[in-house]
Structure formats: structure tokens, C-alpha cells
Design a protein around this ligand. Sequence first.
Ligand SMILES: *[C@@H]1O[C@H](CO)[C@@H](O)[C@H](O)[C@H]1NC(C)=O
Ligand SMILES: *[C@@H]1O[C@H](CO)[C@@H](O)[C@H](O)[C@H]1NC(C)=O
Ligand SMILES: *[C@@H]1O[C@H](CO)[C@@H](O)[C@H](O)[C@H]1NC(C)=O
Length: 558
Amino acid sequence: MSLLRSLLILPAFHNLINAEFGLVSQLFQLSGAASVNNAKLSWAFVDGATQYVVQQSIGYGAFQTIATVTGDTYDSYGLTVGSTYNWRVTASNGNAQVDQSSTTSLTPFAPQNQYNTYDNTVPTSLRIKSSLLSNGVYYRYNYETFSNGSFSRFVEQTSSDGYTFSGDKTVLTGDVLCRPSNYDCKLESVSFQPHPSLDQFVMWAHYERSGDYGLGYVAAAHGTPGQNLQFDGAYRPLGDDSRDMTFFVDGENAYLVTSTDTNTNNNIYSLTANWTAVDQRLAQVNVNGHREVPAVIKANNWFYLFTSRAAGWLPSQPQYIAATNMAGPWSNPVNVANTATFSAQSGGVAKLESTQDAMMANQWSNNWPTRGGPTRQLMLPISLAPGGGFASYHFYRTTQYSDDISTQGQGLYGVQTGRILSVGKPSSSNAGTQGIALANDGVQDTPDRFFKPSTVPFWYQIDLQDAHAISQVDLTTNLVQGTETFYRFNVTGSNDGNTWTPLADQSNNVNPGFAASFPTSTERFRYIRINVNQIRNNVNGNEADFTGGVTEVTVYGS
Ligand SMILES: *[C@@H]1O[C@H](CO)[C@@H](O)[C@H](O)[C@H]1NC(C)=O
Ligand SMILES: *[C@@H]1O[C@H](CO)[C@@H](O)[C@H](O)[C@H]1NC(C)=O
Ligand SMILES: *[C@@H]1O[C@H](CO)[C@@H](O)[C@H](O)[C@H]1NC(C)=O
């Protein structure tokens, strides 16, 4: 973190003297409300700090303290539509100030337009416009295979609105593309991008034989919109093996980021001015990090490279690194969002017209050793620090988005089922107290911060101190690489601590690392209990109590 902090740029806006650690915010809606008038804040942990004082101001008004917490997140609710809010966080140790964050600002709004709803609990399709636009016509290229899995052809289709495509035209066949691998190949991480000064679309992809991952090639093709694609070859870029990859464009410049050395390191390459060939290797990053699925975004002159840890199909710890130049220097890896990526893997990024970005996390549940539901993606709104260098993203039951809204900051927002009721409240368990305060401290992005139960089965309970209707309970659990476990549990509620009412049944859960429950009872409860019956290894189905750990329980309601 120290390198990252030393790279941070001070926001000119508030003239802070010690604007050093990263703070981000994003607006969200509460279910059933008319306005998008709540803010979710996240910040970087500061070495030597024991608590964080959250301050809020309106317009040019004075900052007022709204909370003092030990974690790295805070929700500010019930903001006024149209007023601009500013936040800053002071890290302290007792009465001594250790550091102050950068400032972040948002203006709550009442959504006027038609949004699409992305449901993060079931498979959902994403409706965003194709980025391939030429002379008022949108293009897309459909990847088709033979029944044996080998690439057969790219089919070009066109559209006038960027969403609805028709007209099939074969523009590149396997006879050409698969020649370097003896007429049997497949492409993964396929990405087409429009070149801004040549009227050409350029494709890059990860290239392999259809049955294995032995080649470690990249492949390129390009073409004039409406014409056939020219194949520009398949090879190891500058001799380096290359598997998961991304093709990232920044104006006239384009880059490849790959997983190399059998997914041990990530390489960053610049492309030639026409983008059809690899120019130079600019940097090797995430060295020995075993990071895959690279995805890059740029905002406020900062680049962010998001990755998942190589863990087969299972959920893993998501991270990012940040830099002001693709050649570096890059920050140290930062753990982000949730230790299990909300039971998914860091994936690609959806970039919206409103300049907002969403992490599209991959839940490969149909490929897990202990299979879950259908494979799907989660749409997780990303927030980025205005001064740069710090990022976060969050899980909501649903996300509202539209790629037709160009107003900055209004094209994407999460809808949260209720207010967070659990952070910092008294907790207890029948399995000891080792680290128990860490299970509801508002921190879910940091490994090794968990309540360690002494036995399994066990229960863990939070006293909300008042009775509330409960809309959601998120359980994040310790994720051990190679022994990714799922918890079989239920959630119960009580008002006296003696009589318990069932709220949610997760006795068939197989999702490693994270499970969200959505109680439907309208009754109000003061005590919420997680009853864990089993901790099982998704890899072999065996019990794996030794990995037990409750990273965070988040209770939402009204
Ligand atoms: C897959 O099928 C195609 C079309 O029939 C054929 O050209 C190709 O060689 C096959 N690949 C393998 C690995 O059998
Ligand atoms: C792209 O540029 C490179 C380097 O200048 C050149 O070797 C290559 O032939 C160009 N490709 C096309 C298709 O023009
Ligand atoms: C919840 O789980 C506990 C522990 O396994 C079990 O004793 C209890 O019967 C379960 N309650 C419900 C409502 O399923």
C-alpha cells in the first residue's frame, strides 16, 4: 500500500493538506424508494490506524462527523436530491490523527429514464450497446464453432441502435484462422475494438487448439466495417506464452495484458500504431501472483488492472493494481470488494455511456466440482477515486443501468434491499470469541480478518439492539485456496434470544465464500442468528472445519 499511497494525486478541489489515502463513493437506491439518494463509501486501510472518522458536508458547508468506525466501509442514507455531498475520512489511533483521505463528492438524483434491471440472484442478460460503430451503423461479430468445438467462422451482423442485430455475413473462416494449428483451433477472450483514426475494427483473442491449452498464443485480425476480416496471425507475443488476456484501448494507443509463464505473471504489451501487431513488452506485473482474467479501465488519468486469482472455476480473492502509465510503475496489489468476489471471480468490465463501469464477475457454478446453479455473471458497480489510484465495487441484489443515459453518474446504480443494521453491534457465539468483532466490522475485502469458530456446528448471533424487518443477510466466509468451502446453514430471528423463527434456509448451499439470503418475513427481530451446520470442501465434498471462519455477516433491513 505504501507505493500506492505515494502515487496518489491530491484533488485540487478541496485543498486538503494531507489528502493521502484513497476514498471512493457510489450512489445507490433503497428498494422501493423513488430516489437514488444514499452513498456507499469505501476507503483504504491505513497502517497504524485503529479507527476511521467519517465526515460529510453539503455544498461548501462545513464537514460534520457522521460516524466513527473500525472498518473500511460506511453507508450514508437519506441524502437530499440535487444537493452535492462531500465526504472525507480521518484515520486515527486513539486521539492521534494518522492520515486523512482524499475527498469524494456525489449528487443524489431522482431517476427519470427507463433503466434495465440486472438481477444478481439469477442468470441475467446484459443490454449494452456494441462499441463497433462506423458511419451510423453498429456491428458485431458472432463466434461460431463446429459441433466438436473447433472454430468455424465469424459472422458479422449490423444494427441501427447498437442492441438489435440482423443480417448474417461470414467474414473469417476456420480454414484461414486455424491454419497455424493444423485446422483445429478455438478463441477465448475475443475482443473487437474500433480504431479511432483508421476506419477499421481490430480483433485480439487468446488462441488454442480446441482440446487443450498447450499453445498459449494470441491471435489478431482486422477489417474495414462491412468487409471480410484479414487474419494477422497467431503466435506467442515476443515469444511469451499467453493465456487469459485483454485487449485494452486508450485513444490511439492499444495494449494487450496477458497471463504468462503458465498463469504465474501478467505481461503488458503495446501494439503497433495500426493495432494489428505486438510492439513492445512494457511491463511484467502481479509477479508470482497467479492472476488471470485481466480487465483494464481508465479514469481520471489512472489505469486500473483488475484480476482474479487462478483457482480453476472456483471463487477467488479479487485484486487490482493501479498506475498513471501502462508501462508503470504499478501499485502493489490491492484486495478489493469481497474476499470471495461474492462467490464468483473477477471478470470483464462493462463500460457504460455515462462513463460508469461495472465489474461483470463470473460465477462458474456449473463447472464447480460440487456443482451449483447455472453459470452466470454478477453486475457490480465500480467506484473510482476522483484523484485516482483507489477503486472498489459492491454487490446489490439488483443493479439498474442504461447505456442510453449519457449524464455522468446516472447510468448505473445498485438497489440495496435495506439499510445495513449489523456493523459494530454486539455479537456472540457458542463457539468462542476468537476475532468475533471482525465478523461484523464492515470489512469483507480483507482475508485473515474473521471470527474463528472453535467447533462446527456452531451459531453466531448479532444483537441489532432494536427490532427490524430483515430484507437480506450476507454471509462471507474464509476462503482457502485449494480448499474452497461452502457453508450449510440457516438464518433465524428472535426478540428474546430464546425463541427462534426461521428466516432463510441455506441447507443446500454449495456456493463457496459468500451466500446472500433474502428473508420474506415481515416480522421484526432484534437478534439474528446464523446456524452453521456444516463446512464442506467444494473440491471433494468432504467436511473441512479446519478452514472455518466468518469474515463478515451483513444484516440489511428497515
Ligand atoms: C472439427 O470439425 C471440423 C469440421 O468438420 C474439422 O475441420 C476439424 O478438423 C475437427 N477438429 C477436430 C479436433 O476433430
Ligand atoms: C501494421 O503495422 C506494422 C508495423 O508498422 C506492419 O508491419 C504491418 O504490416 C501493419 N499491418 C497492416 C495490416 O497494415
Ligand atoms: C437451523 O440449523 C440448526 C443447526 O443445524 C438446526 O438445529 C435448526 O433446526 C435449523 N432450523 C431450521 C428452521 O431449519
